[in-house]
Design a protein around this ligand. Structure first.
Ligand code: 4AD
Ligand code: MG
Length: 429
């Protein structure tokens, strides 16, 4: 109990005790002379009832609207019909902030709910998703901390592209152009020379011009970079981190994830090592499923979905063709035309969760590939310096937080992994 005597709804447990809670009116109904109020806070909902004959001193405004904020004192009683088995007999009531005609009622269209996102985030579903997302990020930080990584804070305003020009947001930066960061990777590559194993959790931006259920224009990117690690070792980092996040969320929030439709035992069953298949093997699986795909090209959405549906646990696809990966990916010395890159894929149709791999060390090779992507090596001088002064083999990866939450909670659309989603046609609220 806090010192002011106010408790959270989840702590209203013992029949016969008097409690004071604060929250928002979730539901209200009048039955005979009694008023029933279901109150909501961030920890749950609780049914409160006022019988005027028992507590005539209490006045509940007749026009008390949904989402009004109130303070209620009451006596806890066992009641099998109440959600949670406990009901509060109201002995004190205070209106904090009234709410008239809350704009969200039952059966609203998706667009109306998105227009009212600032209010819709109060829904039980979105509240629980946001709580799970916070736990995902907390667990990731914990894993990095326990494994000796240093958190870093790379810039968001940047002067050169990391992931190609097609999805770059540009803006006027005084008298020159700048971009919103697509990935912290190039900066993390610089930071390993000072700090060893590093990670960052930053917003990343992609000017994705298509509407899909898996693309946002702004997302939270969990990225890591490690000196002296190769492709296999960075896959091991990812499978351990990924499993740790699944386990932590399953253990800490079993009720939330079950009510969102994911079995906590399934998440607990996700453990390293994850299956690894090569790009060539992945293409064969796709073709066997009757989906048209030319070897050497990237997986389109149907191919990625089919491949992901083929598995019931996360898996890696590794050793991609060079043409479909960016300039910084290391060429595979044993397989000409291929690079040491890997994607961590979620099963059940969700697809790509991470991309990572070993970084190219050869200076001339990077310059040649920067040019091939249509960029000016002059914009990458600082990055090229990393290959000039004490270069070491290194590797890293990037994990999309919302992609992970989307799969973890079996959401229909990735936007529900964001309080305020940013997609092609939406930057407000
Ligand atoms: O695959 P991507 O583009 O790889 C990189 O950015 C690397 N530079 C990361 C690194 O090695 N440090 O993006 C990494 C991950 C994807 O696997 C996906 O989970 C997520 O970021 N992602 C998106 N999530 C939501 N909406 C989008 N438009 C996304 N684009 C990428
Ligand atoms: Mg990728």
């Amino acid at each position: 109990m806090s010192t002011d005597g106010i408790v959270k709804i989840r702590d209203v447990k013992v029949p016969g005790e008097t409690y004071t809670i604060r929250g928002w009116v979730y539901r209200k109904r009048i039955h005979g002379k009694a008023t029933f109020i279901v109150l909501r806070d961030e920890t749950g909902v609780l049914q409160c009832v006022h019988h005027p004959n028992l507590n005539p001193q209490v006045q509940i405004p007749e026009n008390l609207g949904i989402e009004s904020s109130v303070k209620i004192t009451g006596l806890a009683k066992e009641d099998k019909r109440a959600p949670g088995g406990i009901e509060l007999e109201i002995t004190g009531f205070e209106l904090i902030g009234p709410s008239h005609m809350f704009p969200i009622t039952k059966d609203q269209s998706v667009e109306v709910l998105l227009d009212n996102r600032h209010l819709w985030i109060r829904s039980r579903k979105l509240t629980q998703i946001m709580q799970v997302k916070a736990e995902v990020v907390r667990a990731a930080r914990e894993w990095f901390y326990e494994n000796g990584y240093t958190e870093t804070f790379p810039p968001i305003l940047v002067g050169s592209a990391c992931e190609g020009g097609a999805t770059l947001f540009s803006l006027k930066y005084f008298d020159r152009m700048a971009y919103l960061s697509q990935s912290a990777q190039l900066y993390l590559e610089a930071l390993i020379f000072a700090l060893g194993d590093v990670y960052s959790i930053t917003p990343s931006f992609r000017a994705e011009k298509s509407r899909t259920v898996r693309h946002l224009t702004e997302y939270w990117h969990i990225e890591a970079e490690c000196p002296f690690k190769g492709l296999e070792e960075i896959m091991q980092v990812q499978e351990h981190l990924f499993s740790y996040i699944c386990k932590t969320v399953a253990e800490k929030m079993p009720d939330a994830i079950s009510s969102l439709g994911r079995d906590p035992d399934y998440l607990l069953s996700i453990r390293p090592p994850f299956k690894r298949i090569t790009y060539d093997e992945a293409v064969k699986i796709v073709q066997e499923k009757g989906i048209d795909m030319r070897p050497g090209t990237d997986f389109g959405a149907p191919a990625e979905r089919a491949l992901s549906n083929h598995f019931d646990r996360p898996f890696f696809i590794y050793r991609y063709p060079e043409e479909i990966k960016p300039f910084y990916v290391k060429r595979d010395p044993d397989n000409p035309g291929y690079v040491l890159s890997a994607d961590l894929m979620a099963p059940e149709g969700y697809g790509e969760m991470t991309t990572g791999g070993a970084r190219e060390e050869d200076l001339d090779n990077i310059i040649e590939r920067v040019k091939a992507e249509g960029f000016d090596p002059a914009d990458y001088q600082w990055y090229l310096d990393l290959r000039r002064y004490g270069s070491v083999p290194h590797s890293g990866f990037g994990l999309g937080t919302e992609r992970l939450v989307w799969w973890l909670l079996k959401l229909d659309h990735i936007r529900d992994a964001c309080a305020f989603p940013r997609v092609l046609n939406r930057v407000t609220p």
